[in-house]
Design a protein around this ligand. Structure first.
Ligand code: NAX
Ligand code: ADP
Ligand code: K
Length: 493
């Protein structure tokens, strides 16, 4: 699925209106119907719905939603925030269509706001993607009141006050919804952690905007959902054998951190690799042999850390990083690996920290390398960013410059291709914010590269499947109880 900026969204609306063709008023009706359909599937007639409308097209949506809910016999109260003389044509048209029986109030001053009523649902249709400046005055007062109420808040298209494709200021007044129901395509703002409070649980509803336009319009931003991920999975053919699926070498673990090697190794085994060899310090030998009988174990000469690079000939991919530590002898191994590898690499954790301390190595990374930093590791690699939009720009420049695939981990992990395109991931949950889940991802990605998935697709698919396994694990055990081995146990292809 593509993610468009505001001017592209506007062009998509205009193209649909001109070429379907459909009037903009009928398109608004379709958007309102899609919202109402989503609403009716979740909320019953017991709760009063208060709809706060601005005077642009987002407000027009709000009025149309109010009319449709009123016809479905929901208890609807409509509040038009009358902060300006200007109103969009479709807002006016929907105002004229408001049925007599639906209570309609115009708020001109803050003291005309209704008193909070427990148990109501608030629909925020004040401002949508047309936001062009910080919210002030009466609109800001309404937004503050919405945020202070204890009601469930639903935003139409996007939280009022939130920019769809650029950073807000720290003082900006923005609705904090429980849900955002957005039209046709997700917005870039939804992908970024800094907007966490201003999104809630977000859902896309289809309003039939031009599929041709969406296909032809180019964008650097994409969303990897179930359909995209499923299409990437390659079937295992009937006469295939273990040689078909590659031999992975995993260099991981140190004294006290052998768990990282086990998590990465078991995830690699559960992700379809043909053969796995784990290269671990001597102290890890019995641990690996006992916990992962399917893996072969190669022991390092050193008791506690990694100090030697095994011969690379047998391997089709090398994953390195989880649990390593940053000993100078381990750095020598990383240098040797980068110098000698003719196969793609997955570098994570301390391998990334060593790279950050020795940036000359970045220039030498082999084709098809995947780096999987969390935000702190990325900061060490690429420097500070003032906000998430800047971090994203930094990530795109970094992936282009070093021709690597970057998985910037977090909620909606950003998979950045060497061409600078960004593929945000749909899956995963906050239960995964616990030690070791990143090691699991390293194992998954290593297995996919072993199976000859190109690095871009390996990263996109691996990140999706890792998050999906986390979602299944959270469903079984709750987010709070989730631990990294549950993610391994729930991998499924
Ligand atoms: N035909 C279409 O274009 C469709 C539009 N739709 C809705 O239309 C919305 C976009 O509508 P609009 O472009 O009218 O914009 P909005 O409804 O977001 O904003 C209305 C007006 O408010 C003004 N404004 C911007 N920032 C402000 C601020 N901080 N304080 C006060 N006023 C401010 C703008 O000048 C704009 O004209 C979408 O989010 C969506 O909800 C949907 O109905 C789907 C179809
Ligand atoms: N709030 C969240 N929502 C979705 N996924 C998350 C969230 N927090 C963490 N994750 C995922 O969990 C993993 C954590 O990786 P990392 O920080 O490297 O942990 P560790 O080093 O302990 O293994 C990443 O894949 C990340 O995307
Ligand atoms: K809104």
């Amino acid at each position: 699925m593509k993610i468009f900026n505001v001017s592209q969204i506007r062009a998509l609306d205009a193209h649909t209106i001109a070429h379907e063709p459909i009037t903009s008023l009928d398109l608004m009706e379709r958007a309102a119907k899609a919202f109402v359909c989503w609403y009716c599937a979740r909320f019953d007639h017991q709760q009063t719905v208060r709809i706060f409308c601005g005077k642009g097209n987002n407000g027009g949506d709000g009025l149309a939603i109010a009319r449709l809910l009123h016809h479905k016999e929901y208890l609807v109260q409509v509040y038009v925030v009358d902060y300006t003389e200007q109103a969009s044509d479709d807002f006016r048209a929907n105002l004229e269509r408001m049925p007599q029986g639906a209570p309609l109030h115009f708020i001109k001053k803050q003291d005309e706001l209704p008193a909070p009523a427990p148990g109501t649902i608030l629909i925020d249709a004040l401002l949508g993607s047309g936001l062009s400046r910080p919210v002030e005055g009466l609109l800001a007062a309404v937004i503050r009141a919405i945020n202070q109420s204890e009601a469930t808040v639903l935003s139409v298209d996007i939280a009022s006050g939130l920019y769809a494709d650029q950073p807000n200021g720290p003082e900006d007044v923005i609705v904090q919804p429980d849900y955002t129901v957005t039209f046709q395509l997700p917005k870039l703002a939804f992908m970024l952690p800094q907007n966490n409070r201003f999104i809630g649980d977000w859902q896309v509803v289809d309003i039939g905007l031009s599929a041709d336009f969406i296909e032809q319009e180019s964008t650097p931003y994409y969303f990897t959902d179930a359909a995209v991920a499923r299409a990437l999975i390659r079937p295992r053919l009937k006469f295939s054998h273990k040689g078909t699926f590659g031999h992975a070498l995993l260099i991981a673990g140190s004294y006290g951190k052998m768990g990282a090697a086990l998590l990465a190794g078991s995830a690699c085994l559960r992700s379809g690799v043909g053969l796995l060899t784990a290269h671990v310090p001597r102290c890890g030998y019995s641990i690996v042999q006992t916990y992962m009988p399917e893996a072969m174990t190669q022991v390092d000469p050193h008791e506690e850390i990694i100090t030697a690079l095994p011969a690379l000939e047998p391997y089709s991919v090398v994953g390195m990083g989880p649990g390593l530590g940053k000993d100078p002898q381990t750095l020598r191994v990383l240098e040797a690996l980068i110098a000698q590898a003719q196969v793609p690499l997955v570098l994570d954790a301390d391998a990334l920290n060593l790279l950050a301390e020795n940036p000359a190595l970045l220039q030498k990374l082999p084709q098809g390398t995947i780096l999987t930093p969390h935000p702190k590791e990325f900061q060490r690699l690429a420097g500070d960013a003032a906000h998430d939009y800047e971090r994203l720009a930094l990530a795109r420049r970094f992936a282009r410059k070093y021709q690597v695939v970057l998985c910037l981990k977090g909620g909606h992990t950003a998979v950045v291709f060497p061409d600078g395109t960004v593929h945000f991931n749909a899956t995963g949950n906050a239960g995964m914010a616990t030690g070791g889940t990143g090691d699991v991802l390293t194992g998954v990605l290593t297995a996919l590269l072993a199976q000859k998935y190109p690095a871009e697709q390996a990263a996109q698919l691996g990140v999706y499947q890792h998050g999906a396994a986390g979602d299944r694990a959270a469903e079984q055990r709750t987010q709070t109880a989730l631990i990294a081995s549950d993610v391994v146990e729930n991998l499924g292809w």
